[in-house]
Design a protein around this ligand. Structure first.
Ligand code: SAH
Length: 253
């Protein structure tokens, strides 16, 4: 009976008759980007398990988080951290949100009206950044309008999303504080940057029965995640956990 050599093979052990395939994790560590590409399904499956353990229960959200390859949206030097629950720099002083925050916000967004297939209608995303969250949204909503005020990131998102060929994602360069009138009314509005107030334009462009999920600066100076629901009579705000997002700024640059 032939014994499989231990791994890594000791230098002084006899060479195996045939090359022994390296375990995937080791091959990934050695091959860097290529490695994580090859093995990323399993790495994402572990990320999704962690998200479920943290309380994300919506199967649509978990499936979308499993499907979108986050490592394709970060700089090559950060690829090894792509599936850790951490925010990462994407250039121009901005960050990609951590997976648990993306999943949490989309789950909250989906708590509103969906169609018979469980899909949200048209969604507005304020703050495209590198385009990662737009790609996740594309899997749970029929149309995604994503607006970014920094040209450099708008271009980066376009380049990141091109190979994914998502016909339902529309990238816009502009000041998202004014929303995007042409796509209104929205079945959901999600913001990746937070200011003192939630802009009036977002409330106006929201469909009745739909929700805004956004970070907002509270009186104590901390940012909190808020959900604002539009009912036929009022806008109803629920304040949730403390979060840390980049500031919502006006104008384009
Ligand atoms: N969802 C993004 C996260 C990007 S960080 C991702 O997956 O990568 C938030 C982004 O909001 C930044 O790129 C910032 O430039 C942008 N932003 C801030 N204020 C904005 C505004 N008024 N309109 C559009 N984008 C804005």
């Amino acid at each position: 009976m032939s014994r499989r050599p231990g791994f890594p093979v000791r230098l002084d052990s006899p060479a195996p008759a045939r090359p022994v395939p390296a375990p995937a994790a080791f091959a990934g560590a050695r091959a860097g980007i290529v490695g994580i590409g090859l093995d990323s399904h399993a790495v994402r499956a572990r990320m999704v398990e962690r998200l479920a353990g943290q309380g994300i229960a919506d199967a649509r959200v978990l499936a979308a988080m499993q499907a979108v390859e986050r490592h394709r949206f970060v700089d090559s030097a950060l690829v090894n951290q792509a599936y850790e629950d951490t925010s990462l720099p994407i250039g121009l002083g901005q960050t990609i949100s951590k997976p648990s925050v993306v999943a949490r916000m989309i789950e909250l967004l989906l708590g509103a009206q969906v169609d018979a297939a469980g899909r949200l209608g048209r969604v507005l995303e304020v703050g495209t950044g590198c385009g990662y969250q737009a790609a996740v949204l594309a899997r749970v909503a029929t149309e995604v309008y994503s607006i970014e005020r920094l040209r450099g990131l708008h271009d980066k998102a376009r380049a990141n999303l091109r190979p994914l060929r998502l016909p339902n994602v529309h990238l816009l360069l502009g000041d998202g504080m004014a929303g995007y009138e042409k796509g209104a009314p929205y079945a959901g509005i999600i913001a990746a940057a937070g200011g003192q107030d939630v802009p009036d334009a977002w409330m106006e462009q929201l469909a009745v029965g739909a929700r805004i999920v956004a970070p907002r600066l509270m009186a104590d100076g901390q940012q909190a995640l808020v959900v604002i629901e539009k009912t036929p009579r009022e806008m109803k705000q629920t304040v949730l956990e403390t979060v840390r997002f980049v500031p919502l700024k006006s104008g384009i640059a």
